[in-house]
Write a protein that binds this ligand. Sequence first.
Ligand code: MRU
Length: 369
Amino acid sequence: MLINGKHHHTIWVNKTNQQLIQVFDQRYFPHQIEVFDIQTTDEAAFAIREMVVRGAPLIGVTAAYGMYLACIEAEEKINPEEYIYDVAKKLNATRPTAVNLAWAITEMLKVIIPIKENSERIEVALKMANQIKEDDILICENIGLNGVEIIRKVAKQKNGKTVNILTHCNAGWLATIDWGTALSPIYHAQKEGIDIHVWVDETRPRNQGANLTAFELNEQGVAHTLINDNTGGHLMQHGMVDLVIVGTDRTAGNGDVANKIGTYLKALAAHDNNIPFYVGLPSSTLDCSIKNGVKDIPIETRDQNEVKYIQGKVDRKIKSVLICPETTPALNYGFDVTPAKYVTGLITERGICEASEEGIRKLFPEKFD
Ligand code: MRU
């Protein structure tokens, strides 16, 4: 997708130095466009933990390249295999909710562990990480192609009048490699010339909606309006939202959906107002080993200062300001889980299914093996 009219991916291997992985530093969007270099597994872990990169699919791809860097570092270790497993553990511990992290690490281990020769292992690891990246692009594109059907139908029902879509957090191309999950149907609708407008939840405390979703929609020329996190219900009561589409960080085998904190409240409001609530779900975010998402999906707790301080641009500089008494304690859950009963459908790369074990089984039977 576009930044300043130029097509970009969120992560890439440097053209002249294959041992250098580069990403956009999402901590400074939209005020500064900076590239962050990842040359070691410690830097890969830092980038994921500190949210230089974020969004479940991008976290997964970054971890895949992290495992490639582990193979390079392993060359100098007495026991390379043991070292690679240690890095896998280190990367796995960076963020607990987004299951793409564990998924990508497992995919990498499957191909690299059987190889005993260092240079071959490095070569195969790079190929596999590149493959995971390319697959993600295709998956997201297909989520868009499947999801645009829903937007098309609403546009038809409204006789071509603007379709208003609400989204929470950032599940656009910045959360993936290209296209995005929840935003991919929106970009495809734009391509088709459907009149769309997006309500962007600011998404406190890290403001992924304000900083990232608004940024990418703006760069892409999609009509949008930023709203504070408490506005969605009011808009829904007054017929100003036709559809909600969000992303997910982990979806359980029963269709319960973990996503950025606040998603559940939007689902409740949508349900109360008879508004369809869809989830863009790449299969890499499915975790069918979890049978009950509400009970069993691990929820990340983050630093309380993310709640107590807010970051923004002041006098051309990015600054953080305190918004409560210094001694007030804060609680910062990163995600919540929306029960499947509030989800109208899961938009996947293989089609749209019901948010239930039966629905998921029809499209992804292999995920229950
Ligand atoms: O904490 P983040 O920014 O990594 O969380 C990302 C989200 O929760 C997004 O809403 C997203 O839908 C999941 S990734 C496509």
